[in-house]
Design a binder for this molecule. Structure first.
Ligand code: ARG
Length: 460
């Protein structure tokens, strides 16, 4: 253990399994670039503070350029004692520059601040990529909503036919939910993008380091203002996972809708072959695996979130090695979400819709509310109108005919206030167009929603 970075006070080596158990390099090497950028910023600040000479700083910067090149080209040789990415980079730098200069880099610095810095830098950039994917998905839904605004489908509550709505309205119901996620994501990114660098192991930095300058160089939006919190905190991971879980919950519900709508029984939509798979046994099958995986992977995302909450909840302040366990779930979480967003956009942009099937699935009973509304317009209190309309539905059921086959005479038998014009109620398009208050399913109301979403997409 004397050869380890921290080996000064140790006399015995680590148990071989303990070495493996402890090392994070296999996964935290993904942060090699962030770690190097952070180290260069730190060295530059130490030059300004008089800890490093100009020559030493230049040597360190050059040395790191080579280390970066090695990572980039896959020629970086990992050594047995490379515990993590910070150790590996510093070890390699010292090999290149000699221990005299390499050994000065870490003055006043702790890996505790390094890992928090690396993770935040990496995550900030990933979240910006996700913001792009999520915008693409919402844009795709909005574009379809614009193009397919004439299509009418059954709207459901309790998965029972409820009232007719525009297909666009369904699309936008999800797009609106995802737009909240887009806004949340932007806010989360800004909180992730704060600098812990210069906080030391927990107590702060003794060498008059300019934290603001380092933060600026690394593109952070600001500083974390308490050094103990800066190294103890994994809020930025937890918040990301809460956001990610919320996104996955919504994508799961979206997928569930489309799984139902793509079944033969509904037949409203058809998935492109590119996002479906077949059965090894049943030749006729075309399964919506893409959508099922979107639904399935949501469970995995929630698990990662719940797992990290449990890991962190009992930790004494400040840094504890348990925090290393935040890295792998985060990496998987981000990958799962990035993939899911792209798959969802692929599914949606290649989806075929069958408006005639949607139309055929509309049932006259879905207009029962229109009968009640009709009576309201004749001055009948809604509660009474609702009751009368219910009796109309019952009459049709007794006669085993659809509601729209009842004659005006029969309707008047239920309530004499039904006039000849009651037939106008039996029109899906009309029912849809009447819902023209803000947020409704009429064409004008749908177009308003499209305009609102476009503004948010544009960052307003
Ligand atoms: N690999 C560690 C992590 O991911 C870096 C910090 C280690 N610090 C320490 N004092 N052991 O959390």
């Amino acid at each position: 253990a004397e050869n380890m970075l921290w080996g000064g006070r140790f006399t015995q080596g680590l148990d071989p399994l303990m070495v493996k158990y402890n090392t994070s390099l296999p996964y935290d090497k993904i942060f090699w670039l962030q770690d190097i950028r952070g180290s260069i910023a730190f060295a530059r600040a130490n030059r300004a503070a008089g800890i490093l000479t100009d020559a030493e700083f230049s040597a360190i910067e050059k040395g790191f350029e080579q280390v970066a090149e090695e990572w980039k080209t896959g020629t970086f040789v990992e050594k047995e004692n490379d515990e993590d990415i910070h150790t590996a980079n510093e070890r390699r730098l010292s090999e290149l520059l000699g221990k005299e200069v390499g050994g000065k880099l870490h003055t006043g610095r702790s890996r505790n601040e390094q890992i928090a810095t690396d993770m935040r830098l990496w995550l900030r950039d990933e979240l910006r990529i996700l913001e792009g994917y999520l915008s693409d998905f919402v844009k795709c839904a909005v574009a379809r909503a614009e193009n397919e605004i004439d299509v009418i489908m059954p709207g459901y509550t309790h998965l029972q036919k409820a009232q007719p709505v525009r297909w666009s309205h369904w699309l936008l119901s999800h797009a609106t939910a995802f737009t909240s996620e887009l806004q949340r994501l932007r806010e989360t990114t800004s909180r992730v993008n704060r600098s812990p660098l210069g906080c030391g192991a927990l107590a702060g930095n003794s060498f008059k380091i300019d934290r603001e300058a380092m933060a600026r160089e690394l593109g952070f939006e600001g500083l974390l203002y308490n050094s103990m919190n800066a190294v103890a905190d994994r809020d930025f991971v937890l918040e990301t996972m809460q956001w990610g879980s919320s996104f996955m919950l919504k994508i799961s519900r979206w997928a569930e809708d489309l799984i139902i709508y793509s079944s033969l029984e509904f037949g409203f939509v058809r998935l492109a072959d590119t996002y479906s798979t077949g059965s090894s046994l049943m030749p006729q099958k075309k399964n919506a695996d893409s959508l099922e995986l979107l639904r399935g992977k949501s469970g995995r995302a929630f698990g990662q979130m719940a797992g990290l909450f449990c890991t962190i909840k009992g930790l004494p302040t400040t840094y504890n090695k348990d925090l290393q366990e935040s890295v792998e779930p985060l990496l998987d979480h981000i990958k799962t979400i990035a993939d899911s967003m792209q798959i969802a956009t692929g599914v949606l942009s290649t989806l075929t819709i069958h408006p005639e099937k949607m139309l055929a699935a509309l049932a006259p009973e879905m207009l029962a509310t229109e009968f009640a509304d009709y009576l309201v317009r004749k001055g009948v209190p809604f509660r009474e109108g609702h009751h009368i309309s219910g009796r109309v539905v019952q009459l049709a059921e007794q006669k085993s005919i659809p509601m729209d086959k009842l004659t005006v005479k029969q309707l008047q038998g239920v309530d004499e206030r039904f006039g000849e014009d009651v037939q106008s109620c039996l029109n899906y398009e009309r029912a849809v167009e009447l819902k023209d208050a803000v947020g409704g399913t009429s064409k004008s109301a749908v177009r308003e929603q499209i305009a609102v979403l476009k503004e948010i997409l544009a960052g307003k």
